[in-house]
Design a protein around this ligand. Sequence first.
Ligand code: AMP
Length: 287
Amino acid sequence: MSDIGLLHTVGAARAFCEAARARGETVGLVPTMGALHDGHLSLLRRSVAETGVTVVSIFVNPLQFGAGEDLDAYPRGFDDDVRRCAVEGAAAVFAPSVAEMYPQPPVLSLDFGELSARLEGARRPGHLGGVGVVVAKLFAIIGACRAYFGEKDWQQLAVVSRLAADLSLPVEVVGCPTVREPDGLALSSRNAYLGAAERAAAAVLHGTLRAGAALIEAGERRTAAVEAAMAEVLATEPLVGPVDYACVVDAATLAPREPLAGELRLLVAAHLGAARLIDNLGATVPT
Ligand code: AMP
């Protein structure tokens, strides 16, 4: 295990990254909310492989949780997280307190227009704006870097990519494939909320996405037909509670496409017991 720096203040994180760049190192940033699993670690490994100095941020950002969501219950395991980061070769963990990140409640709000109008943006008002503010702060603190995000949160990846582009930030956003359990369930810190039966049922989310993608692969070009097939698969699992969406959209704009063409993304969000789970999968219709 290598030595790892523990950075708790904005000033310390900024100085750490500036010193690394002054030595000619490239900086990699892996933003997380902690409770690290192999999905997070895949981002971390990629950053360690591609950059000189990797900083993992661990911050449960209150701004991106709505009223009645799981901010207080969100899984935390700081010591284990730091140990894992050290084992994987991260140079530092940046773990600010809420007071350090938000000494005063931000008046800034970010709106991503059409990109945040649907899906998570529609179901969790304020969520993507809250992600935008914290990621903008992280980019401002860490400075020029490559920043690694998971495709698991497809709309978040779209939003932070546009954040960096629209503000001409010196940050290259790198999207990384979703890491899954053997039965297809995407790794997520929120899987910890699942009981044994719910955990077994949760594989239906990936099954739903695969069924939709297979239909497109077989030549289906009607959005409604694909979405109906997805809904049917989800309905086979009685433990799945309210379904927020099960749909197919354009992969880049996240807007509906009719007929289906080009790069597409199938996305699903559903409640299972105490957990609200999201997942997505790509599909291509050659144009
Ligand atoms: P979170 O801690 O849930 O905010 O996630 C931190 C980062 O890890 C985000 O960029 C996520 O998209 C990414 N991530 C979460 N789960 C996975 C997964 N199963 N595979 C790959 N990346 C993931």
